[in-house]
Design a protein around this ligand. Structure first.
Ligand SMILES: *Cc1c(COP(=O)(O)O)cnc(C)c1O
Length: 348
């Protein structure tokens, strides 16, 4: 085992029963019943004794209609997590991966597992904007095989402009991955750049806006040559038959989800000022379905105090994010209970 792997801490997911779960940026609304019925109907005709479609053709057709990207530029995966891993295995092994931190932890973890060296390019203190000249410099280095920017960024909630991303694409020698896991909440995408930049990869997921976190479906949009390269690495039957059907059915019910996405954004925009009103709490504006905030107390104490009151959020405390926590926007009643519990914990 490599020294890097020996130092890697296995990913821990807390499992707590009977809590209000606002820790993983899932869609907090119950899954729409008509969509569930449509999935059950579609699944009824399947024979699960056969292996799933290795090429996920039907789902890719649906994704193509949704995004406007040609099917040859689409690959579906077992969550976008799997695609991150496969992209890094294909393109980054033995090289460096530039990551704009603080951000989603899987870029670093998968880099290490893929035998690549993650290199942090810190975002600006204060507003967490990407430091464009620094990212361009890192991306231009021949050692950097992949550069990753998450927009809207998890956990800071801010987006990176098309112009800034285009500057990185121009400077980069290798691949540039833009993780748009939260695209549906902000509506801004770098997809219009795809035709002009064969080194651009856009990642999306069904886990957040579309409420399918439990079924693990993500996809990438890229130049067909990138998709062909990753096909060498991917497990043939990476996406199970049930999930392929469910994701395609979800895309045929877009209007239901769009309504919910708007409701979540409205709830977020109500939650943020309420959160900021609690004395001592400092909030960061968000274009996604979560909010990052800082308190004067130790984040671990806030986390435990909330958990004792039945509310699970995410402790993001690190040198980059001192005493910060991230809360997922829940249903209105859940948000109210969270605010009440947080005020109590801070008042003790
Ligand atoms: C949640 C999340 C993912 C993971 O998505 P899956 O499709 O569930 O694997 C990827 N990127 C970011 C930034 C996320 O927050």
């Amino acid at each position: 085992m490599s020294a890097q792997l020996r130092d890697l801490v296995p990913y821990e997911v807390p499992s707590c029963d009977n809590v209000i779960k606002l820790d993983a940026n899932e869609n907090s609304y119950y899954f729409p019943r008509p969509v569930m019925e449509a999935i059950n109907d579609a699944v009824g005709a399947q024979t699960f004794n056969r292996y799933p479609d290795a090429e996920t053709r039907y789902l890719r057709e649906a994704i193509s209609s949704y995004t406007g990207v040609d099917v040859n530029g689409i690959m579906a995966g077992n969550g976008s997590d799997e695609l991150i891993f496969n992209l890094l295995l294909t393109f980054a092994s033995g090289g460096k991966v530039a990551i704009t931190t603080p951000t989603f932890g899987m870029y670093r973890i998968h880099s290490i597992i893929a035998g690549a060296e993650p290199v942090s390019v810190p975002r600006r203190a204060g507003d967490f904007a990407v430091d464009v000249p620094a990212v361009c410099e890192a991306a231009a280095s021949p050692e950097t095989k992949v550069t990753v920017v998450c927009s809207p960024n998890n956990p800071t909630g801010n987006i990176t402009s098309l112009e800034d991303i285009e500057a990185v694409l121009r400077a980069a020698r290798g691949l540039v991955i833009i993780d748009e896991a939260y695209f549906e909440f902000c509506g801004e995408t770098v997809l219009p750049l795809l035709d002009r930049y064969p080194n651009l990869v856009v990642l999306r997921t069904f886990s957040k806006a579309f409420g399918l976190a439990g079924l693990r479906v993500g996809y990438m949009l890229a130049d067909p040559a990138v998709v062909q390269a990753v096909r060498r690495v991917k497990q043939p039957f990476n996406l199970n038959a049930y999930s392929q059907i469910a994701a395609a059915v979800v895309l045929s019910h877009l209007s239901v989800f769009k309504k919910r996405i708007r409701a979540i954004c409205r709830a977020r925009d109500r939650l943020l000022p309420e959160l900021a009103k609690i004395p001592g709490v400092e909030c960061y504006p968000s274009r996604a379905n979560f909010i990052l905030f800082r308190t004067p107390l130790k984040a671990a104490d806030i986390f435990q105090g909330l958990l004792a009151r039945g509310i699970l959020i995410r402790n993001m405390d690190s040198p980059d994010l001192r005493n910060c926590l991230r809360v997922t926007v829940g249903q209105p009643e859940e948000n109210r209970l969270f605010l009440q519990a947080l005020a109590e914990v801070l008042n003790r």
